[in-house]
Write a protein that binds this ligand. Structure first.
Ligand SMILES: Cc1cc2nc3c(=O)[nH]c(=O)nc-3n(C[C@H](O)[C@H](O)[C@H](O)COP(=O)(O)OP(=O)(O)OC[C@H]3O[C@@H](n4cnc5c(N)ncnc54)[C@H](O)[C@@H]3O)c2cc1C
Length: 331
């Protein structure tokens, strides 16, 4: 494919139970900015089953065009999705393809890049248009200790984008004009995988990535019994429980709650860190939170370096006091 053939930004929006995943809608924000600076448009692509509502969501968050490949065969993610996306890229020739860095996104991006011989960057946390008209993708390296700026020489080019890196725009109440949605049915080619059954893991039930409030506990909670205080604080705030790797390894809470380099990447409005030291491997997963409150008995704990509010104290005294005050406020 030559440079002159390709234009526009294709945003691949993953869906779950008929709804667009947050990261897909978040990616529309930088895509629209860059596309408008380049005088091109943004096409949302959805591959799955029952995509009508998700297509409406994509339109309300500003996609200019929506391509749906809606088929019962594509309900569960498989190599068929990669085959379909490859065909779509060949047909519609976007200059840039953005894919959420979810488990499936991390799988499909290199497969499609490999099949088409395209350059691919992963785990993008920021992007901007360079002076030469090429997009500069910023990605964390070495557990987030440094950020690297990357430019991809191929066109089209593929990037996976970390959830929570961009804010969703304000949704508009739009009707979905027929011409905006293109229903496609792409061939799969020679597929070797057959999905017999899909089993939902517990981790899918813990929706940390889309949570607005997260209360996380670390080793400083001391025991499984004490960890229940983290759950109680999360409950009164209507939030979700997170954890560092330490309590997961001690069996106080399931791995589905782990946040960090080898856990989930989150970006809630409010993150309360209880008895957490602030190791790089944890911080890399939550540093994108809007407002961070840290409770630690050690005033030199590194978590205070990134906290908006630091409370130096014993979690066993501070958390019950917080719960009591919040309950009073809500009464
Ligand atoms: C390859 C690799 C991947 C990793 N991936 C992850 C990951 O995804 N997520 C993750 O979290 N970690 C991960 N880790 C582990 C990480 O390096 C840290 O060991 C871990 O984050 C520490 O968890 P913590 O803060 O709960 O415990 P600690 O570092 O032990 O900190 C406990 C804190 O609690 C405070 N404290 C103790 N008692 C109290 C009290 N009563 N009141 C208030 N404060 C108290 C202490 O002052 C201390 O600061 C990874 C490590 C490696 C090598």
């Amino acid at each position: 494919m030559s440079l002159t053939d390709c234009k526009g930004i294709m945003v691949v929006i993953e869906t779950a139970d008929g709804a667009a995943k947050s990261v897909g809608l978040e990616m529309l924000t930088p895509a629209k900015e860059i596309a408008s600076a380049k005088g091109t448009d943004v096409t949302a692509v959805m591959i799955g089953e029952g995509l009508e509502d998700a297509a409406k969501q994509a339109a309300s968050y500003g996609a200019d065009k929506i391509i749906t490949v809606d088929n019962n065969d594509l309900k569960a993610y498989s190599e068929k999705h990669a085959a379909v996306l490859k065909e779509l890229i060949e047909k519609y020739k976007p200059e840039t393809v953005l894919i959420g860095a979810t488990q499936n996104g991390k799988d499909i991006a290199p497969i499609v890049a490999g099949k088409l011989g395209l350059g691919c960057v992963t785990d993008v946390v920021s992007m901007k248009l360079g002076d030469d008209g090429k997009i500069v993708f910023t990605c964390p390296m070495y557990s987030g200790n440094i950020l690297s700026d990357n430019v991809i020489d191929t066109v089209p080019q593929i990037a996976t984008v970390r959830g929570g890196s961009f804010k969703k725009g304000e949704p508009k109440d739009v009707e979905l004009p027929e011409e905006v949605v293109i229903a496609e049915s792409m061939p799969y080619g020679d597929i070797k995988t057959t999905i017999k059954e899909t089993v939902k893991e517990i981790s899918e039930a813990v929706n940390l990535e889309d949570a607005q409030v997260i209360v996380s506990g670390g080793r400083g909670m001391g025991s499984a019994e004490n960890f229940k205080l983290v759950e109680e604080l999360a409950n009164v705030l209507g939030g979700v429980v997170g954890a560092t790797r330490a309590p997961v390894e001690d069996g106080w809470i399931s791995r589905a709650h782990q946040i960090g380099q080898s856990g989930k990447i989150v970006a809630p409005k409010l993150y309360i860190a209880c008895g957490i030291s602030g190791a790089t491997q944890h911080v890399t997963g939550m540093v994108g939170s809007d407002y961070i409150v840290a409770i630690n008995k050690d005033e030199d704990a590194p978590i205070f370096d990134i906290a908006n509010v630091g409370i130096v104290g014993n979690v066993m005294q501070v958390i019950p006091a917080m719960i009591e005050e919040i309950k009073k406020l809500k009464a």
